[in-house]
Design a protein around this ligand. Sequence first.
Ligand SMILES: Nc1ncnc2c1ncn2[C@@H]1O[C@H](COP(=O)(O)OP(=O)(O)OP(=O)(O)O)[C@@H](O)[C@H]1O
Ligand SMILES: CC(=O)C(=O)O
Ligand SMILES: [K+]
Ligand SMILES: [Mg+2]
Length: 477
Amino acid sequence: MNLPDHKTKIVCTIGPASSSEEMLRELIFAGMNVARINFSHGSFEDHSKVIRLIKKLCDELNVVVSVMADLPGPKIRVGEIKDSPINLQKGDKVKLTTERIVGSKDLIPVDFDKLPYCIAKKSNVYFNDGFIQMRCSGICSNEAECEVIVGGQLSSHKGVNLPGIDLLLDPVTEKDLEILDFALEEGVNCFSVSFIEQGSDIQKIRDHAAKKGRSVFLVAKIERGPSVENIDDIMDATDALMIARGDLGVEIPIEEVPIVQKELIHKANLRGIPVITATHMLESMTDNVRPTRAEATDVANAILDGTDAIMLSGETAVGKYPLEAVHTMVRIAKKTEAWRDSTGSGMGNIRDAIGETEMGISDVISLQVYDAIRKLSIEFVVTPTYSGATPRRISRFKPENWIIAMSHLDLTCEQLAYSYGVYPLSVYDGSDDLEKKVLGALLSRGIGKSGDTIVLTQGYSGGTNLLKIIEIEHLVE
Ligand SMILES: Nc1ncnc2c1ncn2[C@@H]1O[C@H](COP(=O)(O)OP(=O)(O)OP(=O)(O)O)[C@@H](O)[C@H]1O
Ligand SMILES: CC(=O)C(=O)O
Ligand SMILES: [K+]
Ligand SMILES: [Mg+2]
């Protein structure tokens, strides 16, 4: 078995363009680590099919691919529009209505009953990740009269943003809990939670799952101003972060997005919390077989910022070239990682910054593992793990060697699909001889060969911790 030649994890949003068994298989071969299902779209029936197909393919191909169910949160959306998409032009006068009608160019339904109370004359209303802008010119019962400031094509169900306006909405909706129940029943363990504002929003989802006896991996989507301000509180509650630039880029000034991205990635790296950079990464590949130069550079820069994972949205969900989009990401990741490995550039002073944080035993060990990799000729790091904490701590340094994480817990293996450079292996050997167990698992998969030097490390487990540098032939008896 060959380990992949890129270490940045790839998240693909699955939709009509990618939900067939053949395409899912191709996406897995191409390098997909996480399949995101956006529950804002499609039907439970469609999603259930995709979840089952992915589980079946994981068993068949003996790989770990996580299914991440994206809970919509209180996202306001356009309703059904007749002859969608419609073309809106600057200066057009349109009415937004809270009635559940099939809309037209003049009367557009918006699924938010409080709209007339929340906006006022001169409020800005944005559509489709902010590409279309309107300004309210008056309110009349359940309608808002607006003028189009920036036009464009608007389709049914596109998102609506009202930046800076308190929408008086709970970030966790009844619908989210319904979806959570459904997905848990389908065996989903990982959830991205939209529009959260503080740690307690994440905790609500965790508590709800716990009531069903389930432990879940939660990705906090940072896509509103308050979530950026409350990031420390959110990091105390979450397992992972997503920089959801689609909504974020409308909810806060667009010029702040690049800096927020860098700061959040750095903070997440310091704490060993995996972070996904999402949206518009290769947007033009929805229609074209090649990306723009700016997009290729964006993917590389997110990696150099220290992101663990990069995400495709419309590119794989509804685009013409889902497979090519993944291939493109892989090629950019491979090149960028190799450059970082050889020059040490891009990560800034992550090692020093981690060195300055308060450290426990596991942190000190992770630092020493990283130093060992840099100073010695090491093939890979092997780490038996219960919770995944040790491989995640090592992953913070974005080392040039694979971290092979062995766990008998499927849930731990699945969660490590989000961490840079960590290759999860399900190992069920219960023997007490750690070295024998590790060697058996590696060699049975064709990983490693006689003469390889590896680092074997284990975090604080049952009162012991360990860092050992081993030459493989010493293990073969
Ligand atoms: N399961 C699906 N069925 C049909 N279309 C989908 C599906 N998933 C995604 N899409 C389409 O792909 C586009 C991009 O996907 P994305 O996940 O970014 O959703 P979004 O609605 O733009 O925003 P958000 O991610 O904030 O919910 C969507 O706007 C939608 O048109
Ligand atoms: C992914 C997502 O929700 C966003 O970018 O807004
Ligand atoms: K969503
Ligand atoms: Mg969003």
